[in-house]
Design a protein around this ligand. Structure first.
Ligand code: SAM
Length: 246
């Protein structure tokens, strides 16, 4: 997969792209992330990328020309008539695991990071295929939002995570929150690890984990629980867990 990011601040991505899972995926050629400074697509001597809003009001608005040219330059380089292009925006559809999976199935993806008061509306109307918000709060720019999307999408690419099995049980992947995790020491400041995890009985451990995952989701995220598809065994585990708790 190749991801092209259009931004006024390419240096903000240095950490994400050089460390951890994303850094390794890049190093192993599993994904190619290219950064484009929107300023380099201007033609005036001051490299102006923004202007005052028509109709007045506070702040500056990112101009259409450099953004259109940057996206067209990417599709030209790829030899494609168009590329799936996302504008990061607080007004977009809410990002979640399902949307991440959708994006991870694309061969190419362009992400546009807005800044200041936002982006001239003609970009949303005539250039992008989607607008995505990472949550109901306001960021200063689309860069942090793009990093969230990039990290989440790259984790889903084949070969990026060491163990595909571990992915299957993680929070939001199968629609539930993950069970609690523990590591050594078995006792810390008098707080013990659940005994079942030390038993070596893998069948019982898997059953306990599923029950914890169901219980946790029901208590913390009833909205997810409503959408979850539960087997008869899941329902039994859940009612047993509530009986134990009460
Ligand atoms: N004036 C705009 C509005 O009220 O909708 C907000 C502009 S915001 C300060 C600047 C840029 O940050 C946006 O163009 C967008 O790229 C990004 N941004 C802010 N909040 C975001 C969010 N929740 N999700 C995705 N991008 C966001």
């Amino acid at each position: 997969m190749r991801i092209d990011i259009l931004t006024l601040f390419p240096q903000m991505f240095d950490g994400l792209l050089s460390c951890s899972i994303v850094g390794r995926a890049m190093e192993h050629g599993l994904v190619d992330v290219k950064l484009h400074d929107i300023r380099t697509y201007t033609h005036d001597k001051h490299n102006i990328v923004d202007d005052y809003p028509y109709g007045g009001g506070a702040g500056m608005v990112l101009k259409t020309e450099p953004i259109f040219e940057a996206v067209e330059s990417v599709s030209g380089e790829l030899g494609l008539p168009s590329v799936p292009t996302v504008l990061l925006s607080p007004q977009g559809r809410l990002f979640n695991q399902e949307l991440a999976r959708e994006l991870a199935s694309c061969q190419n993806l362009v992400l546009i990071c807005g800044h200041y008061e936002g982006v001239d509306e003609r970009v949303a109307e005539h250039l992008v295929s989607d607008e995505i918000s990472i949550g109901d709060y306001l960021l200063s720019g689309g860069e942090v939002a793009a990093m969230v999307v990039v990290d989440c999408v790259i984790r889903l690419l084949p070969g990026v995570l060491g163990s595909e099995a571990s992915l299957a049980e993680e929070s939001h992947i199968g629609g539930l929150l993950e069970y609690p995790q523990y590591t050594r020491p078995a006792v810390y400041r008098g707080w013990t690890v659940p005994e079942i995890l030390l038993s070596g009985d893998h069948g019982e451990i898997a059953r306990w984990r599923r029950q914890q995952s169901l219980l946790r989701t029901a208590k913390r995220r009833p909205d997810l629980m409503e959408k979850a598809v539960l087997s008869p065994e899941d329902k039994r585990l859940l009612s047993e867990a509530f009986e134990i708790k009460s």
